[in-house]
Design a protein around this ligand. Structure first.
Ligand SMILES: *[C@@H]1O[C@H](CO)[C@@H](O)[C@H](O)[C@H]1NC(C)=O
Ligand SMILES: *[C@@H]1O[C@H](CO)[C@@H](O)[C@H](O)[C@H]1NC(C)=O
Ligand SMILES: *[C@@H]1O[C@H](CO)[C@@H](O)[C@H](O)[C@H]1NC(C)=O
Ligand SMILES: *[C@@H]1O[C@H](CO)[C@@H](O)[C@H](O)[C@H]1NC(C)=O
Length: 749
């Protein structure tokens, strides 16, 4: 009887409209009809409904054709039912603004209300649920509605779909508005995700004990502030297919009765405080396709019979405290495409597990565990793999030639393991033509950095964007073949034993924007050519470079305690790190060309001469570290125009004269300047410029006893890329939940 499409009117309505036409032809009442036609057609729509609709008075840029003179059953977004009562109000994504007027409660025949994806704000009318008791479908998702949900309800309610997700609602979920629909067995979908609801999830309301006629199939409570006590009673919602309550504050163990839900396809409870073991009962959920329990405090082993879940496509148990080996039965989950067990305490010989049955596997993340033994040979038969992370385990052995068969492989991180034969590894990896990210930091130890030109001759590594080889104690010079990696954006060769000069061909790499050569034994000067690196000087080059996508996000650790997650390459800060080498000579004045650089670290070298005034052109600079060099002269006062500069050090040089004041300089403390006997003035509180021995160029001033805001400066920036998988851009894992399994000096691992 009721059509789902707006503006379609049921047949009884059409018959009525025909009446004036017949009158027109057979009765010849021309004048009468012409005069009253507008009034008669509008009269077709119920007065009460029309008035209610007009009172809604939505603000909208592109006007609705809701003219009082026309039949409201023909208005945009309206469908009438029997007796010309409005049954559908369906205006999703129509740019509606303002609040939902209480007048809506006069549309008592409404069965379908969809105002999703608008810009509606304010509270829901008090009597929404009690007056609109015929409502079956209610979709107000993606608005800016707020406040508590109204509690007044109607015994006759038979709601089927309720979607209030992605608003700003708060308070608890009132059971009163749900009880009638649950009792009637009508409620099928309830989605309140992405709000600020609190209290407990009222599972007992949804899944009433003994009510076996529940039709509930989808429940989504994720991204709210729901907390203890943990829900129980889900087991009686026997038709449940989707249960999501991630990103809340739920605690306690997984309730056993969840495992009675034979139809369940999605169980998603990540980022909560769930504890205890993953019960063995979980293997009864044989319809499960998605199991997400990451970022909790789940302990113990993965149930050994997990292989019973033969429909499983995504298993995400990362960031827990799981122990034990990969259960053998997991290789019966042949539909598995994503397996993420990163950051747990799992162990055992990885090569004992047979990956070869997992032919659909695309993403495998086993980083930050205690897996031991050789790299698993069986993995090389999983031809669908696009991303593999083994970082931070205890794996040994070599990368086999078979890896070349993984043609889709784009992301590979084996950092912080105990591999050998770097030359062989590169030779074999060059066949992975789609490789964009290769992180092998701390994988090898004390080997020569392969300098075989033929690595790139056959088109090897031509798609590589991120190349991290830090912390391996690689010997030799920076090999020229890196100069042929035309897509290279991020290069980390830090913490090695590389000697020789910084090659000037770095400047010919069109995309390079992050270069870390720190902590090596490089000699020579700062090549002027570097100041022309396209990725740091040219807006066009930056726009052209492909920096959009990394298969797995990387974590950069800027200070010991904070990790920054990067889901796309474009958010990594453009940087040059040359700290802790044996570089000397002047800092070239051309440095001012690097206008897109955010971090410049030349600390702990032997640079001499003055700090070039041209640094003032680096208007995006956030961190500048020139400490522990032999720089002399004054600090150019112009540097204070660098508005984004938040970390600055010239400590331990031979600088003299007045410390610039004003701008960002008022936030830097003594530690930024110490170790320069010739510097004076605030914040060098201990030394007024008057006490200074006269020296040419030094400016003198009386002591200023201002105290300055203390701001911690990192003299040596220490980074570490950690390992993660995120779901969607912008999602940040609580850093405190990522345990550090060791400490390393190099930046990308
Ligand atoms: C109002 O617009 C809809 C299309 O959005 C159209 O179907 C309907 O006929 C129009 N009604 C009137 C009265 O103009
Ligand atoms: C509401 O309308 C949007 C846009 O057409 C649609 O995607 C959504 O499924 C509708 N809601 C319901 C519950 O049908
Ligand atoms: C609930 O709504 C959100 C949008 O607000 C959507 O992303 C999510 O997929 C929905 N949940 C389910 C289970 O469909
Ligand atoms: C995998 O499934 C088969 C039957 O489908 C079963 O015989 C075998 O025991 C299972 N393997 C494991 C390790 O559970």
């Amino acid at each position: 009887m009721i059509k789902m499409k707006p503006n379609k009117v049921i047949s009884s309505k059409d018959e009525k409209k025909d009446i004036p036409t017949t009158q027109l032809i057979f009765l010849g009442q021309w004048v009468f009809v012409l005069l009253f036609l507008p009034c008669c057609t509008s009269a077709a729509c119920d007065q009460v409904d029309r008035n209610a609709l007009l009172s809604l008075a939505f603000k909208v840029s592109l006007p609705l054709n809701w003219s009082a003179a026309s039949d409201c059953c023909y208005w945009e977004g309206i469908v009438c039912g029997l007796d010309d009562r409005v049954v559908h109000l369906w205006l999703p994504g129509r740019g509606l603004r303002g609040s939902i007027s209480p007048a809506i409660t006069n549309l008592t025949f409404l069965t379908h209300l969809n105002l999703s994806n608008n810009r509606l704000l304010g509270l829901l009318p008090d009597r929404l649920f009690s007056s609109l008791f015929r409502l079956q479908v209610l979709d107000l998702s993606f608005n800016r509605l707020n406040g508590h949900l109204p509690i007044s309800s109607n015994e006759a309610s038979k709601l089927q779909i309720v979607d209030l997700s992605s608003n700003y609602f708060n308070g608890t979920i009132p059971s009163s508005i749900l009880i009638p629909s649950v009792a009637a067995g009508s409620l099928a979908t309830f989605n309140v995700s992405n709000n600020s609801f609190a209290g407990s999830i009222p599972i007992s309301v949804f899944c009433k004990n003994g009510s076996n006629h529940s039709n509930l199939t989808i429940l989504d409570f994720s991204f709210n502030k729901f907390s203890e006590p943990i829900f129980t009673g889900l087991g009686t919602c026997s038709k449940l297919q989707v249960f999501r309550a991630g990103f809340n504050n739920l605690s306690g163990p997984l309730p056993d009765d969840i495992f009675d839900l034979a139809d369940l396809q999605q169980l998603s409870l990540p980022v909560n405080r769930l504890s205890g073991h993953i019960g063995d009962g979980i293997v009864r959920l044989t319809n499960l396709k998605l199991l997400e329990l990451y970022s909790n405090q789940l302990a113990g082993p993965i149930p050994s019979q997990i292989g019973n879940l033969c429909r499983l496509e995504e298993l995400a148990l990362h960031i827990n405290i799981l122990t034990g080996a990969l259960p053998e039965s997991l290789n019966n989950c042949t539909n598995l495409s994503t397996l993420n067990l990163r950051v747990n305490y799992m162990d055992g010989e990885l090569s004992a597990f047979n990956f070869s049955t997992l032919q659909r596997l695309t993403t495998l993340d086993l980083g930050n565990n205690n897996f031991a033994g050789e790299l698993p040979q069986s993995l090389y038969s999983c031809k669908s793999l696009t991303a593999v992370r083994f970082a931070n385990n205890r794996l040994i052995g070599q990368i086999s030639p078979e890896i070349g068969g993984l043609e889709s492989l784009a992301f590979l991180s084996i950092s912080n393991n105990f591999l050998s034969n770097a030359a062989g590894a590169f030779k074999n990896l060059r066949s992975c033509k789609n490789l964009t990210t290769l992180v092998l930091s701390k994988s090898f130890m004390n080997e020569p950095l392969p300098d075989d030109e033929s690595l790139v001759d056959s088109g090897g590594f031509q798609n590589i964007q991120v190349f991290a080889l830090g912390g391996c104690n690689f010997t030799g010079q920076v090999p020229p073949w890196f100069g042929k990696l035309k897509k290279l954006g991020v290069l980390d060769l830090s913490v090695n034993l590389l000697t020789g000069p910084i090659p000037s061909w770095f400047a010919t790499l069109p995309s390079l924007f992050y270069m870390d050569l720190s902590n090596n034994n490089l000699t020579g000067g700062f090549p002027k050519e570097l100041c022309g690196m396209p990725g740091l000087t040219s807006k066009e080059a930056i726009d052209l470079a492909d920096r959009s996508y990394i298969e797995l996000p990387v974590f950069v650790n800027t200070q010991a305690a904070t990790n920054q997650q990067y889901n796309q390459l474009s958010s990594l800060p453009p940087a040059i790190y040359l700290g802790n080498n044996c570089l000397g000579g002047n800092i070239p004045t051309e440095i001012g060309q690097l206008q897109f650089i955010l971090v410049l670290d030349l600390s702990r070298n032997s640079f001499s001469g003055s700090i070039p005034d041209q640094i003032r052109f680096l208007t995006n600079l956030e961190k500048l570290d020139l400490s522990y060099n032999h720089l002399s002269g004054e600090i150019p006062a112009s540097i204070k125009s660098l508005h984004f500069l938040s970390s600055f050090s010239v400590a331990y040089n031979d600088l003299q004269g007045l410390v610039p004041s004003g701008g960002q300089f008022n936030t830097f403390t003594n530690s930024s300047f110490e170790g320069n006997p010739g510097l004076c003035g605030p914040p060098m509180l201990s030394r007024s410029c008057l006490e200074m021995p006269r020296s040419p160029g030094a400016v003198f001033r009386t002591t200023n006893t201002h105290t300055y805001e203390t701001k911690k400066i990192l003299i040596a920036l220490v980074f570490g890329i950690f390992f993660g998988i995120g779901f969607g851009i912008g999602f940040t894992i609580d850093d405190a939940k990522i345990p550090f399994h060791g400490w390393c000096m190099n930046k990308l691992i």
